[in-house]
Design a protein. Structure first.
Length: 245
């Protein structure tokens, strides 16, 4: 086993609120400057840019995981990670079909650009990705699991789009093994104020929409390999695996 420095919540050029500067080659360069060796692309409600970033990551010798930040019908942000690209793509199709059929307002939110690994534009996504799925939290979590994915509530300490901000409490079901927190959070202080999380596993990420955000938040993980299965084991503290924030 070895240590990995991971940032598993990053937006690509496809996220309408993100900068076009988040193109894969510049993003990978910035990750290398920050000594982050494992990252995931988690765009809003789509994984269409994961193939391009996976290819560039591989060329650069970085580890990459397929991810997505789903907005549930309660407007909760739930991250999902997959080890199998084919299962990820099947899930992605199902998720796309569950989104409200609204068009992106490109003038307000910016263009939603799907690219290849050479940064050629393959297409511009017209459907609004900053938008909710018709699935609620429970159905989203179940569907992620049915496709072999691992669900992680995003920025659980945030004032908007977190489980706590949307529901006002932590439900007993669905149960989660790992929770994402914002880059700036003082975890020790927060765990005291939120006893529910005292003994639960947390993971920090940048939630970067711009290059300058990279490096602001990451976690160090002690694992056998950089994979979603290992991430899940680390959340449970299995066999010496460990998350250090
Ligand atoms: Zn979010
Ligand atoms: Zn995000």
């Amino acid at each position: 086993m070895r240590w990995f420095r991971a940032d598993l919540h990053i937006h690509s050029v496809l996220s309408p609120c993100g900068g076009l500067e988040m193109a894969p080659h510049d993003l990978v360069k910035r990750l290398q400057e920050c000594k982050i060796d494992w990252f995931a692309i988690t765009d809003h409600n789509t994984m269409a840019n994961c193939p391009a970033y996976a290819a560039v990551a591989k060329d650069a010798g970085l580890f990459f995981s397929w991810g997505v930040e789903i907005q549930t019908s309660e407007e909760i942000h739930l991250l999902a990670y997959f080890d199998s690209p084919s299962q990820a793509q099947e899930f992605d199709t199902k998720l796309y079909n569950s989104l409200l059929p609204l068009e992106n307002d490109a003038e307000y939110f910016g263009d939603q650009v799907v690219i290849d690994e050479n940064e050629n534009i393959l297409r511009v996504e017209q459907r609004a990705l900053i938008n909710s799925s018709l699935w609620d939290l429970s159905q989203t979590a179940k569907t992620i699991m049915a496709y072999g994915g691992f669900a992680v509530p995003a920025h659980i300490d945030a004032g908007v789009n977190s489980i706590i901000s949307q529901l006002g409490f932590m439900p007993e079901e669905p149960a989660f093994e790992l929770f994402g927190v914002t880059a700036g959070l003082d975890m020790q202080d927060w765990r005291v104020r939120q006893p529910y999380f005292t003994k639960r596993s947390l993971i920090k990420a940048s939630d970067a929409h711009y290059l300058a955000d990279i490096g602001s938040g990451y976690s160090e993980l002690y694992l056998a390999e950089a994979s979603v299965a290992e991430l899940q084991k680390a959340a449970l503290g299995a066999d010496g695996r460990h998350i250090k924030n």
